[in-house]
Ligand binder design. Structure first.
Ligand code: SF4
Length: 457
């Protein structure tokens, strides 16, 4: 068992028994579940919309190289600079190089899972650069020294009371502030930072191949402030975020909003296609886009799992997953949690250390059912398991158990061997895995085979 696997088991065991955690998650996911059906009413045929989005992502990913080159050529024409980063190390080095050139002391950053993936804030901190999260949920998590708990709602596991307590401890404001008062406190702190920061960093929800731009969706206006106030704007994005045309946003924006939060459209949707142009009153002097691979081309190379690159990070599969709802986002110990995390983390970071996440599923298929772009998530989980076995990544005990199972299913007599007492003893006392967290199994007095014979004679 890998170190990550043992830690995952330990953390999920504790969280699954934490009823207060479950109460908070159910409360927040309950609000989401109430909002999503309202958002869906804007589509005449929501299934068709999802199918179309899947087809568009298929086309974008099948032509990934051409789309990205077109994006680069067009953005460069408008004065933007594109940097290709093969891995997290290269991406961080490039950011630090820009910071050094700009003598940067403060960065304002809007929500971006890719920057979490490369642990950017830790590297900036090591260099004495203050990187301030400006999305409210991310800001709360940063104050608490925790990574995001959910890819869309970073502080989903915290109640209003938890946040009031945190603000009181860290920002020395009165305890028990209301949600509105807490928001105003955060806004006061953050507004000051936009003015101080030399660099603003954002992610991108979509890379627009046909115009050489990026599209950013957000509900607080903080991403706009982060890219427009500082003199330098850096976008860090995974290469899979590409879509063929700006016109496709007419489908992707409402789809992302509905499946992400239940809104019809996210409050602020911005398209950035370069730094400030001559005659424009505002915007940054320089714009860099870092296109991150970090294992994505490995996913691209595998035809059976490639469609996991279609993900638009709406978070719907997390909210629908019975495993996520019980163990929470932090037990995964990976940037991406829930079903999509269980699918892509082993692909991005290696099966040997991370394949256990692909087993953290009941394979109920609810994730596939709710996915905004109809990714066959539960089937890809099986593909990951298959690949792990192909690579010889399984224990001796597992190998023996499957061999015995295969023999038993091929030879009916083996199934009928042993009486009820012996089977109960074997499962409940010898193979204790099942009964560690469950009541003892009690086998039927007669086998199915015996009952069938009796019935038909
Ligand atoms: S896999 Fe589908 S449901 Fe999950 S985050 Fe991605 S797009 Fe949303």
């Amino acid at each position: 068992m890998s170190e990550h696997s043992s830690s995952f088991m330990a953390k999920s065991t504790i969280k699954a028994a934490d009823l207060e955690h479950r109460r908070k998650i159910n409360f927040n996911i309950g609000k989401y579940n109430a909002a999503v059906p309202l958002g869906k009413t804007q589509f005449t045929d929501v299934h068709l919309a999802r199918e179309r989005a899947k087809n568009l992502k298929w086309r974008a990913i099948e032509n990934l190289d051409k789309n990205l080159e077109q994006f680069e050529a067009l953005l460069t024409k408008r004065g933007g600079k594109v940097i290709w980063a093969e891995d997290a190390k290269q991406a961080v080095e490039e950011v630090l190089k820009i910071c050094k050139a700009k003598n940067c002391k403060t960065i304002v950053k809007s929500k971006s899972m890719v920057t979490e993936e490369i642990h950017l804030n830790d590297h900036l901190e090591e260099q004495g650069i203050e990187s301030v999260e400006t999305d409210l949920g991310e800001y709360i998590q940063q104050l608490d020294g925790e990574p995001p708990y959910h890819i869309v709602t970073p502080a989903m596991h915290k109640s209003r009371e938890d946040i009031a307590k945190l603000f009181s401890e860290k920002l020395h404001v009165a305890p028990n502030l209301s949600a509105e008062q807490l928001t105003l406190v955060a806004r006061d702190v953050l507004r000051e930072k936009y003015v101080q920061a030399e660099i603003g960093i954002t992610g991108a929800n979509f890379i627009l191949a046909d115009i050489g731009g990026v599209a950013i969706s957000e509900n607080e206006g903080n991403a706009r402030l982060s890219n427009a106030f500082p003199k330098t704007h850096i976008v860090i994005t995974g290469i899979e975020k590409v879509i063929p045309s700006m016109n496709d946003l007419a489908l992707f924006w409402p789809l992302l909003a509905t499946y992400g939060t239940g809104q019809q459209i996210t409050s602020y949707n911005t398209i950035v296609s370069g730094p400030r142009q001559a005659g424009e009153p505002d915007g940054p002097d320089e714009m860099y886009v870092i296109l991150l691979d970090n294992g994505r081309t490995n996913i691209l190379a595998n035809e059976r799992t490639r469609e996991s690159l279609y993900c638009i990070r709406c978070g719907a599969c997390l909210n629908a997953c019975p495993v996520y709802k019980n163990i929470g986002g932090h037990a995964y110990e990976s940037t991406y949690s829930g079903p999509i995390g269980a699918v892509i983390t082993p692909q991005l970071k290696g099966l040997e250390e991370w394949k256990h996440l692909s087993y953290a599923s009941s394979l109920c298929g609810n994730c596939t059912e709710v996915c905004a772009v109809k990714i066959n998530l539960h089937e890809i989980l099986l593909e990951n398991r298959h690949d792990a076995v192909e690579e010889g990544d399984y224990s001796w005990g597992e190998k023996v158990a499957w061999k015995v199972w295969k023999q038993a299913t091929l030879h009916r007599n083996m199934y009928n061997m042993g009486n009820q007492k012996l089977k109960n003893w074997m499962v409940n006392k010898v193979f204790k895995g099942w009964t560690t967290h469950r009541a003892d199994l009690n086998f039927a007095g007669k086998t199915f085979n015996e009952m069938w014979k009796e019935k038909n004679h």
